[in-house]
Structures are given as C-alpha cells and as structure tokens.
Ligand binder design. Structure first.
Ligand code: GAF
Length: 389
C-alpha cells in the first residue's frame, strides 16, 4: 500500500498528534514567519519597522486533557517530546530551548489570569530554522492561538504579540523587541506592514503588483547573535541616555545636530543607524504606496550600508551576497540583510522577471564561508496568526 506524502505542516501536526497521543486534533492553529523589509533593531528603540508575514508557517494541532498536564510533540525535531504541569510552566530550568517558548506562552498567558487547562499539542512547520525569519515568534503565536482556541477565550492580536515577546524575554532569554511577534500577529496577504513600535499601530501597505519577495538564506549560522544583540541594545540605551531622551525614537534632527557629536564614536554610529533606518521606513512606506520600486531599492541599499558601517551587524559573506543580488536586480529593486544580523538571510524586492536571474547568480557565485550554497525562497506576503479549525 502506498501512503500519501505528508506534505503540509498541518497534515504533519495532525498525524503527529494521532501517532504520539492517540487523539484526533480538536483545534488547529497557525502562525506565519516574517521577513523584515527595512528598519532593523529599531523596534526596541520605539521607532518604525516594515516587515511582512510570509507564507512559511508553524502549525499546532491540539486536543484538551482533563487534567492540568501539557504534553508537547515537536514533529520536526526528531519527534522530541515535552511534558509539564500548567502551574509549573514557569520553571524552564531543565527544558530544551524549543519547549521554553511553549512553556513561556503558557506561563505568560496564565499569569494574565486566562484559564488554561491541560492539553496535547503537536507542532510542525516549514519555517527555515536559525535563518532569522522568526521561527520562534511563529511558534509562540501558534501556541498562543492554539491555547486560545482550546480554552475558549480570545486576545487582541497586539496583546498576543506582547505575550509572545514576554515569553521570549523572560523564559527563552532573548531581550528581543516586538517586531517579530507583531509581524506574525498582524500579517496581511499581499501587504507589508508599517509598524510603529511605540504605539503598536500597524498600517498595511500593498506591495506593488509584480514585485517578488525573495528571501535568500545565506546558510551562515547566526553565531554571535545573542551576545551582540544584547550589546547593541545597551549601546542604543547609552545613546538615548547621552542625548537625554527616553528612546532613540525621540531624537529630532535638531537634537541630533546639536548633541550627536558629543557621543562616544561607537555609540554615535549605533544611534545614527537607528535614527536613519527608522526614517527610511517612513520613506519606504511612501515609495511603496507610489509603487516606486527604484526608490524602495535605493532605501534598502542604504539600509544595508548602515547596518554594515554604523551598526556593524553584517558579516563579509552577507555583504557579498547582498551586493551580488543587488547587481542582478540593478536599480529597480533592492537587497539587504534582514533580521538581527551576523548571518541569516538577505531580503530582495525585485520585478518578478528578475527571479530566475537571481537564482542563477546566487547558485553560481555564492558560497558560505564553510562552502554551502544559499537557498532562495520566493515568498508571498501572508496573513497573520489564527485558528484554522
Ligand atoms: C530580532 C529581534 F527578535 C527583533 O526584535 C528585532 O530587533 C530584530 O532582530 C532586528 O530588527 O529578530
């Protein structure tokens, strides 16, 4: 007998639940990954960012238990399992990293007074791991949606995003901002999101017709990301303190020209990246509304140079990959590193008819420092997290 291939995350999660726990899924939830088009590290400086959710998902198939035990199956991690009591979710000391996101969501939502009973959860996805596409935020939001569906309550998307951020900050040990979770929560098909990371206002903006969203995975593992990420945050906080403002969002042009020069050189460059990249987000939104792919490309190039020279979060092979893609795309469209930095992906926006040329150039001319080929994902801007069944 031949069996149908288990293609989609939804099928894998549902079958995993049945195989591991002998139960049919009662609820199924999903959350997308995200790619940031422009505005990097601006989120924790309360500035603007411009992500879109992409059509790569984490899916959670779920069934309730009569007690307070949560059992979890990670279908894509060698069928690893986890098990904890709802009341003990906050104790992550002996848990593998992937389970901390699940426990973190349970702990954070329960601490908000939301009823959460025992559950069996099976998780499957097609988000490239460790590539800077927010596989963790996607997991947090999918788990949050599954818990909401199982337990019969709802949270506004921004509240769910903040719960995900808190789970990551407190239980997974990363001082991330809210960009990733907001992108996964608010995604709109065919649209980028102009995200105000202070007010949490989200303005969907249609991607110009015929624009391809190319996510090129450099296959460079983001090794230094935790320590360097936290160091960048400290430097940004030092810059804001030096300029006498709450966050770099509050630095006006006149304050910068009067006082920016007094900052220590490294701190000054860090601040210059944040201030300029946040401004580029607003310019990008205007260019996108006009359908001006040339201007969008110019802003993306500038953003990459700013990350390379001022924020110093790129690595030489990523610089080379972005330049290679930019050469193929020419003036119409742009390429830049996306995400926290030190590896991960390059995002390119380009006319659809440039896609095969980009693929060919990357296949021929790019290798990571350890000899690996890049992987080119042609993505569609997708809808945000929700319940499928
Ligand atoms: C990571 C973080 F999780 C985000 O909060 C954001 O700071 C991003 O890096 C950089 O823009 O994805």
């Amino acid at each position: 007998m031949t069996t149908a291939p288990e293609t989609t995350p939804r099928e894998r999660a549902a079958r995993g639940l049945l195989r591991a726990f002998g139960i049919e899924a009662q609820r199924v939830a999903r959350a997308p990954a995200r790619v940031n088009l422009i505005g990097e590290h601006t989120d924790y400086n309360e500035g603007f960012a411009m992500p879109c959710a992409i059509d790569r998902d984490t899916v959670v198939a779920a069934a309730p238990r009569a007690d307070d035990i949560v059992e979890v199956l990670a279908c894509d991690l060698g069928e690893s399992r986890g098990r904890f009591r709802v009341g003990d979710a906050a104790d992550v000391s002996n848990s593998p990293q992937w389970l901390r996101y699940v426990q973190g969501m349970v702990a954070v939502l329960k601490a908000q007074g939301l009823p959460i009973g025992g559950a069996q959860l099976a998780i499957a996805g097609n988000v490239p791991q460790g590539a800077g596409l927010s596989s963790s935020a996607s997991l947090e939001l999918a788990v949050g949606q599954a818990l909401s569906a199982l337990n019969g309550w709802q949270l506004p998307p921004a509240a769910m995003a903040l719960a995900g951020q808190r789970a990551e900050n407190v239980y997974a040990g990363c001082r991330c901002g809210v960009l990733d979770q907001m992108s996964c929560a608010f995604g709109v098909a065919g649209h980028a999101l102009l995200l105000d990371c202070r007010s949490l206002d989200v303005q969907p903006i249609a991607l110009p017709a015929g624009t391809a969203v190319l996510v090129i995975d450099s296959k460079i593992q983001r090794g230094l990301v935790d320590s360097e990420y936290n160091l960048r945050r400290q430097q940004c906080e030092a810059a804001a303190a030096g300029l006498g403002v709450k966050a770099l969002r509050d630095v006006s042009d006149s304050l910068w020209s009067r006082c920016g020069g007094a900052l220590d050189g490294v701190v000054r460059r860090r601040a210059r990246h944040i201030i300029s990249d946040s401004q580029r987000c607003e310019l990008m939104a205007a260019a996108m509304q006009r359908g001006d792919l040339r201007e969008m490309g110019r802003l993306m190039r500038e953003s990459h140079w700013s990350m390379r020279d001022d924020f110093e979060i790129t690595v030489p092979a990523i610089d080379a990959l972005a330049a290679l893609v930019q050469d193929v795309v020419g003036d119409v469209g742009g390429a830049r590193m996306t995400g926290g930095g030190f590896g991960g992906c390059v995002i390119a926006l380009a006319p659809q008819d440039a896609v095969e040329d980009v693929r060919a150039a990357v296949a021929t001319s790019y290798r990571s420092p350890d000899g690996r080929k890049a992987e080119v994902h042609v993505c569609a801007a997708s809808g945000g997290a929700g319940v499928l069944a």
